[in-house]
Design a protein around this ligand. Structure first.
Ligand SMILES: Cc1ncc(COP(=O)(O)O)c(C=O)c1O
Length: 449
């Protein structure tokens, strides 16, 4: 069976995520993958692609990682899954112990769920329920413009990417949307930090006006990923932590995409020296192997739920696969890999090489900005008027196709081409990605350097 065979069979029966299926007739080729190894994916015709986006930002230590494979086999031979209500198992306990030890101080309780969106639902419900348990009637949430927190109705409610949200708006909660500190919008000559400080005035005003009704503010710390890899200075999080304390509003840090080293530190919140009231983790948690998420919170929240059953204070939320043993074993293996070598130190060198690989684009008239936070590097294409190209022009798709033909999986977000590769990417592969991104942007903008 070659690519064509699998493509035909697939398109007869499958409905793919985040896709207009009609695109697969002509605009976007469907690539059937037969195996992965390290940063490489291989299709059924023997073509190989560098997974520059870590398969939707989940993969940390490469495909078919021997260490994670071994740990998974061991776990599968022992216990694959058991109900986590009333029963427990060592992998779930050990993982919770380690997450408590690794995350910022004060996060000492772990609640498992099975996807990023489910973790966001848990955090929103827990925050809401906490205030009820404390006798307060709060029912709204605040989020940043351009935010993305997932696709289930609660998570989509606190997301602000119109493409995903607008159709379902009649079904959703109405959050307070506060302008993002995204540095792309800053005034010429002002630094990321100055811009973030200035933008914080909007958040301060929103909190002052609405805090009585606000359960929580939810943010993606440092990088708003699905919103276009929008980045901002940690000072915003410092200010936000203080203001949330002052106004008695929870702070939810959605580190689903940015956690586990993506921004240069193990967790993005560390760069601001803050502990959120809730931290959501997923994606890299299992190194891109299996769907698992976790919400961490502190003892104050936990104690507010701790009571006799009949009081309805308990958090009666569950998913069938909560705390699945295979998922937990994969996550433990990932944490072992962080200990086995200086991953964050080596990533600093990789990040620098990524920056140098695309440096020539600084001079490209249709690249509005190259921005980077740790292992996330984004290049934004703009028209001759320095404004984003209209989304209908689908410039990003041109880069996507161009890259596939040259052995790289780049999946731009609109006009934003980005690298967010697994942490096992080598120098040669980084340089190759740089060349592909440069030639792809040249082709998509119709202008050579
Ligand atoms: C910041 C953030 N939160 C939540 C989610 C949703 O995670 P999932 O796709 O696992 O439901 C995503 C997914 O991209 C994300 O980037």
């Amino acid at each position: 069976m070659d690519n064509a065979d699998w493509r035909r069979r697939d398109l007869d029966v499958l409905w793919h995520p985040c896709s207009q299926m009609k695109d697969h007739e002509d605009t976007i080729p469907m690539i059937p993958i037969q195996r992965g190894e390290g940063v490489w994916l291989e299709d059924f015709d023997g073509n190989r692609y560098i997974d520059a986006i870590s398969s939707w930002w989940v993969n940390l230590f490469g495909h078919a990682n021997p260490h994670i494979n071994r740990r998974l086999r061991e776990q599968a031979d022992t216990l694959e899954h058991v109900i986590l209500a009333g029963l427990t198992h060592p992998a779930a306990t050990r993982l919770a112990e380690q997450l408590v030890a690794l995350t910022p101080p004060g996060l000492d309780r772990v609640f498992y769920a099975d996807s990023g969106s489910a973790a966001v639902e848990v955090a929103l419900k827990m925050s809401f329920h906490y205030w009820r348990n404390r006798g307060r009637r709060k029912s709204r949430f605040a989020c940043l413009s351009g935010s993305y927190h997932g696709e289930t109705l609660g998570a989509l409610s606190v997301s602000d990417v119109g493409l995903y949200r607008d159709t379902y708006a009649p079904l959703l909660l109405e959050p307070l949307v506060v302008p993002s500190p995204d540095a792309f919008d800053r005034a010429p000559g002002s630094s990321w930090a100055e811009h973030a400080e200035r933008r914080f005035a909007d958040m301060e005003r929103a909190l002052a006006e609405h805090h009585q009704d606000l359960c929580a503010v939810i943010v993606e710390p440092l990088v708003q990923c699905a919103g276009g890899m929008r980045m901002y200075d940690p000072v915003y999080l410092e200010r936000l932590r203080k203001a949330c304390d002052h106004y008695e509003v929870h702070l939810i840090a959605d580190e689903i995409a940015v956690g586990f080293g993506r921004t240069g530190t193990l967790f993005a919140c560390e760069q601001a020296g803050i502990s959120p009231d809730f931290m959501c983790l997923s994606k890299g948690l299992t190194g891109g192997y299996l769907p698992l998420s976790a919400v961490l919170t502190g003892d104050e929240v936990y104690q507010s739920f701790y009571d006799d059953y009949a009081t309805l204070k308990a958090f009666l939320h569950s998913h069938s696969y909560t705390g699945n043993a295979l998922c937990c074993a994969a996550a433990l293996a990932v944490l072992e890999l962080f200990v086995a070598s200086d991953v964050l130190g080596e990533n600093r060198r990789r990040a620098e090489r990524m920056r140098r690989a695309v440096e020539p684009l600084e001079a490209h008239p249709n690249v509005g900005e190259i921005r980077q936070t740790g292992m996330i590097l984004a290049m934004e294409m703009v028209g001759d008027d320095r404004r984003p190209y209209p989304w209908q022009e689908r410039r990003g798709i041109r880069v996507y196709r161009h890259a596939l033909e040259r052995g790289a999986l780049l999946r731009p977000l609109g006009n934003v081409v980005y690298f967010m590769p697994p942490y096992v990417i080598g120098d040669e592969e980084i340089d190759r990605l740089g060349e592909v991104a440069i030639s792809g942007i040249e082709e998509a903008t119709g202008r050579r350097l």
